[in-house]
Design a protein around this ligand. Structure first.
Ligand SMILES: [Zn+2]
Ligand SMILES: [Zn+2]
Length: 361
């Protein structure tokens, strides 16, 4: 909900001097990269990928929906020799507005199909069907249970009033793990990589005589780590109503599967393309292992609320300098890390505490 697709880079800081956003690029083999800006966001842009097919271009993600984004996408398509009306389909890596924002616009202009994983479609359906006031109510309840102080809760009200953009376009096709993504004549396969969101997918391009490429969405980025928080309802429990889901566990498992796949090139949705997928996975696994170990030590010193856990973890800036959204994302990340420790038997929830307290086992 909050922070659309913001990130807490934790200890990894992006370079201070930023290269200009890349222009539309022909990556060879009928694949193009189109840069669509994200307003007021340090990520600056989404890389939309275009795959040529017998039936017209298929886009992987579409970018942020505002006038600048619409123009950038149309111009990128034109540079690749296509019109917006030619688009045959849209495969969505996940529902965040910097990825799925323009999908509805593209479908309106072209009649393209929109495909996403079933778990992601459930989130979109819930966002589509639920009144914002209900989301906000549920969120303040969860935040109170996390020990969030009143002044931060007050900020939630203001943020809700600001009306965060939501990409609620419903898909018309499903992307199924292990199956073709449905791009005519192309060897593009779906890999379900839950973690950043419940139905995040990467798309694996494996065609004879060409290097293997992984279109990694937000799952695997060259220098930053996507936010992993608890899943939104209705996917907060798995199976429904039973075990709480473990998004960080899902994320780490998804990373390991990518390392085993060993694509020759990674085409991420932000930053830039890179080659060493396994090396990058190794860094991320080590990063999260260290954070889990630090949190375990913290919880060994006495029971803590999730808010206290977040305050004690290391972030890219001192806690006192984090603004409302950064603190909110920090709390979400802390919740996912504590959930992982509980799942792996290293921490436990103290029954009957309110706000809920956790301690190391
Ligand atoms: Zn995202
Ligand atoms: Zn993103």
């Amino acid at each position: 909900m909050l922070g659309e697709d913001g990130r807490m880079p934790a200890r990894e800081t992006p370079p201070r001097v930023q290269a200009p956003a890349p222009a539309t690029q022909d990556l060879g083999g009928g694949v193009w990269s189109i840069t669509v800006p994200i307003p007021d966001n340090p990520l600056r842009y989404t890389l939309v990928y275009l795959l040529e097919s017998d039936r017209g271009p298929v886009l992987v993600d579409t970018g942020w929906d505002d006038p600048t984004g619409r123009t950038a996408l149309a111009e990128g398509l034109a540079a690749a020799g296509h019109a917006l009306s030619d688009v045959h389909g849209v495969a969505v890596t996940h529902h965040h507005p910097d990825h799925h924002g323009l999908s509805g616009h593209v479908r309106e202009q072209s009649g393209a199909w929109i495909a996403m994983h079933a778990a992601e479609a459930s989130v979109v359906r819930a966002l589509h069907d639920t009144r914002p006031s209900r989301w906000m109510g549920r969120m303040s309840e969860l935040m109170r249970d996390s020990g969030v102080p009143e002044e931060h809760l007050a900020g939630l009200g203001e943020f809700g009033g600001a009306k965060a953009p939501l990409a609620t376009t419903l898909p018309d096709r499903e992307l199924v793990h292990g199956e073709s993504a449905g791009v005519p004549g192309r060897g593009l396969r779906v890999l379900w990589t839950p973690g950043h969101t419940p139905g995040h997918v990467c798309l694996y391009l494996d065609e004879p005589g060409r290097p293997t490429r992984l279109l990694s969405g937000d799952h695997l980025l060259p220098t930053i780590s996507p936010v992993v928080s608890l899943y939104p309802e209705p996917l907060a429990r798995r199976p429904a109503g039973d075990e709480p889901a473990d998004p960080l566990g899902d994320f780490l498992d998804s990373l390991e599967r990518i390392a085993l796949l060993a694509p020759q090139e990674v085409l991420p949705a932000h930053q830039y393309r890179f080659a060493d997928a396994a090396g990058r996975v190794g860094e991320l696994l080590a990063h999260h292992a260290q954070r889990l170990a630090e949190l375990h030590v913290q919880l060994g010193q006495g029971p803590l609320t999730l808010w206290q856990c977040a305050m004690g973890m290391h972030w890219n800036r001192p806690w006192s300098e984090l603004g409302f959204i950064a603190r909110h994302l920090a709390l979400s990340e802390a919740a996912a890390h504590v959930r992982r420790l509980v799942k792996t038997g290293l921490a436990e929830e103290l029954a009957g505490t309110e706000p809920t307290l956790f301690q190391a086992v």
